[in-house]
Design a protein around this ligand. Structure first.
Ligand code: DCP
Ligand code: CA
Ligand code: CA
Length: 356
């Protein structure tokens, strides 16, 4: 029997902030854009569980969060710091794994079939991992345990926060039955709407759905989600190496301070980046702009956004990063646009070999 675990950090960005601002620990706390007393634009990246009690959640406009809880603690995003913590966490987790696959900044699957024999041992092993992560990094996580990746992920969600949750193979169908369609891994908003239009309401309905009908509507993806609905997933935990990125840069013919010239270049570079992202079937989560001036000083500015493969998201965020952080008085020599934290559009695998 395979034993697969998913380790996912709890309220990750805010948990990282707690390490250096212990005073926010007992307060509803949000990492995201500046709320500017309710006038701010942009979104909540994440918040702690205290803030979630007020209805605040990831992806919500920061102005809405502010209306819900104006006296919460609002902290700006420091992606470099979270990545550093992420690396520490992953190093700890990896040491416990037979096979290790990081799937996002705060999440990794491990195959521990050789290290933990049977469910009882697996629970003890997961607790050890959880304690070790906490001890070495100071950060809380949750761990889902099952016999495949899908169910490990679903178990982890159910065990949050600060939980270790096992779903045995024989419990999988029952466990999934009453879940909402978009609670199931692989099903987003659009697929959910289509399934609902076909008369399916819950994951249990989908599990019994007519395969031919799903094929007609969704092709092989239909067969795949029906398997998921039955708790089945044959994908392996695949070793991966490092976070890769896709980027383009250009050097201006003549160093320039002209905003419009620079914005046009950003648009062109973004379009090229998106072409490559799409042809590889990927989505991205982090946008980085590189500004190199005539005096060879350089600025790199990054932002984490809602996962996307949309050119408009890339253009608006990279233009905004440029407008916010460039020194307009200096001549610009070179500009670059890069996306990272790449994931397969319909999977959640992090992809290697696309750096340029
Ligand atoms: N994140 C983001 N934008 C989103 C959602 C999340 O930038 N729309 C970031 C902030 C999160 C991190 O990614 O801290 C991990 O996302 P998770 O979905 O795992 O959420 P959290 O770790 O914040 O909370 P949970 O305890 O529910 O896992
Ligand atoms: Ca998390
Ligand atoms: Ca996560």
């Amino acid at each position: 029997m395979q034993i697969i675990m998913l380790i996912d950090m709890d309220y990750f960005f805010v948990a990282c902030e707690e390490l250096r601002h212990p005073e926010v620990k007992d307060k509803p706390t949000i990492v995201g854009f500046d709320p500017k007393h309710g006038e701010g634009r942009g979104v909540v990246m994440t918040c702690n569980y205290l803030a979630r009690k007020f209805g605040i959640k990831s992806g919500m406009p920061i102005s809405q969060a502010y209306r819900l809880k104006p006296d919460a603690v609002y902290l700006p995003l420091d992606y470099d710091f979270y990545e550093e913590k992420s690396r520490e966490v992953m190093k700890v987790v990896k040491a416990f794994a037979d096979r290790f696959e990081q799937v996002s900044v705060d999440e990794a699957f491990i195959d521990v079939s050789k290290k933990a024999k049977g469910y009882d041992e697996a629970i003890g092993y997961a607790k050890t991992i959880k304690d070790e992560v906490k001890e070495k990094t100071g950060l809380p996580c949750s761990i889902g345990i099952s016999t495949n990746k899908l169910m490990a992920k679903m178990a982890c969600e159910a065990g949050k926060p600060d939980g270790v949750k096992l779903v045995k193979e024989e419990e999988a169908k029952e466990f999934l039955k009453s879940k909402e369609l978009d609670d199931l891994y692989g099903i987003g908003k659009k697929t959910k709407e289509k399934l609902e239009a076909m008369g399916y309401r819950t994951v249990g309905d989908l599990a019994k759905a007519n395969t031919m009908e799903l094929m007609e509507k969704f092709g092989s993806f239909g067969v795949e989600i029906r398997k998921y609905a039955n708790g089945m997933d044959e994908s392996k935990v695949e070793e991966n190496y490092e976070v890769k990125s896709i980027g383009r840069e250009t050097t201006f013919e003549k160093d320039t301070t002209d905003t419009q010239t620079i914005i046009n270049a950003i648009k062109r570079l973004s379009a090229e980046v998106i072409d490559e992202v799409k042809s590889a079937g990927l989505t991205f989560k982090v946008v980085t702009v590189k500004l190199r001036y005539g005096d060879f000083t350089e600025r790199l500015k990054s932002r984490s956004i809602r996962r996307s493969d949309d050119p408009d998201d890339l253009i608006s965020n990279s233009v905004d990063l440029y407008l916010r952080y460039s020194n307009k008085a200096k001549l610009m020599r070179k500009i670059g646009v890069r996306v990272s934290d790449l994931t397969k559009a319909r999977g959640q695998k992090k992809i290697g070999e696309f750096t340029r």
